[in-house]
Design a protein around this ligand. Structure first.
Ligand code: ASP
Length: 318
């Protein structure tokens, strides 16, 4: 059995590539890295890699994490600038015994020494979004911009190896050096090949409060199906946050177990995700909350067309 599940529609092309690799008995680490690089390289996805939206200082600072569920190797980078593929740097770091989580300048030095490709990640489109946003933002507090979104994935290969990984530009207009959940093990991602894995997207500051990816793996380990585990973890954290803090940020989670069964839960409407398994060709789903439960259905062709149209529409300075 093989399978891969990923957050957001933007992962679709990458998941397609990964599924071809997995179907030919490819390695889960190679497949997930290929899939995430595909998202990072796409200039139209404004929350990951090239074209990602910048921080307050108009700098694109990127976070990424990678975990191997066989060995528990973990690598992560945070607030790194000017490198094309954060996921590959995180994966490379996962091979280190110590110093496997690096931030900012130190992460850049490591990437430079290891020969990773440098790239100015700020596109003209992102610059225009920034300028427009500066005009609007003054009265708003930190919250995910309507185009935020981390690509997070869980992948199972035919040997039974599982990996989980993330890549993101984080929140638009974040403070310089702000780090979200995505490169934080247990929050943005977690995987154990003996059980399964999970990955998160949404408001990092809130996702971290529940160590939510780890929590889902823990629930799956106790015997829950990925769907049940995702729903319980998201529901519980959402409730706790509301009770203690009056509100909960966006929380959307995906998970897959080592049988290729998958689940998803969210507290927002319109969370899209992508799944491919040995039994199921890549499908983009849309999830929403109905009576406290997450329900999902394949996205319509109309929705898919509209998605690409809005992503690629010209951006104009206001
Ligand atoms: N979780 C990410 C962060 O807080 C953003 C997102 O997934 O939308 O950096």
């Amino acid at each position: 059995m093989w399978g891969i599940i990923a957050t957001w529609r933007m992962a679709a092309e990458g998941v397609e590539k990964a599924s071809e690799m997995l179907a030919k008995n490819g390695d889960a680490g190679d497949a997930i890295e290929t899939a995430i690089r595909d998202v990072e390289d796409n200039p139209y996805y404004k929350s990951v890699g090239f074209g990602g939206l910048p921080n307050e200082e108009m700098e694109v600072e990127l976070d990424a994490g990678y975990m191997d569920g066989n060995t528990f190797d973990v690598g992560a980078i945070a607030a790194i600038k000017d490198f094309a593929n954060p996921i590959s740097i995180a994966r490379r770091l996962s091979k280190e015994k110590v110093n496997c989580v690096l931030v900012g300048e130190g992460a850049e030095k490591f990437a430079h020494k290891e020969g990773f490709e440098r790239k100015n990640m700020l596109t003209d489109r992102a610059r225009i979004h920034y300028k427009n946003r500066v005009k609007e933002v003054r009265e708003q507090e930190l919250k995910p911009y309507a185009g935020h979104d981390t690509v997070g994935m869980v992948c199972l290969d035919t040997t039974g190896k599982m990996v989980s990984a993330t890549s993101t530009s984080g929140l638009f207009m974040k403070k310089q050096s702000r780090v979200g959940d995505s490169p934080i093990i247990g929050s943005g991602f977690y995987v154990d090949s003996k059980v399964g894995g999970a990955s998160a997207t949404g408001l990092g500051e809130d996702l971290m409060k529940g160590c939510i990816s780890y929590e889902i793996v823990r629930l799956m380990k106790s015997g829950m199906h990925p769907q049940e585990a995702c729903e319980k973890a998201v529901h519980d954290l959402d409730q706790e946050l509301k009770e203690r803090r009056g509100q909960a940020g966006d929380l959307s989670l995906i998970a897959m177990n080592n049988k290729g069964e998958w689940g998803v839960a969210t507290n927002i409407d319109g969370f899209s995700f992508v799944v491919a398994t040995e039994k199921e060709a890549p499908v983009v789903y849309l999830a929403k909350v109905v009576d406290g439960h997450t329900v999902h259905e394949p996205a319509s062709q109309e929705w898919l067309d509209e998605y690409m149209r809005t992503r690629m529409a010209p951006v104009v300075e206001k």
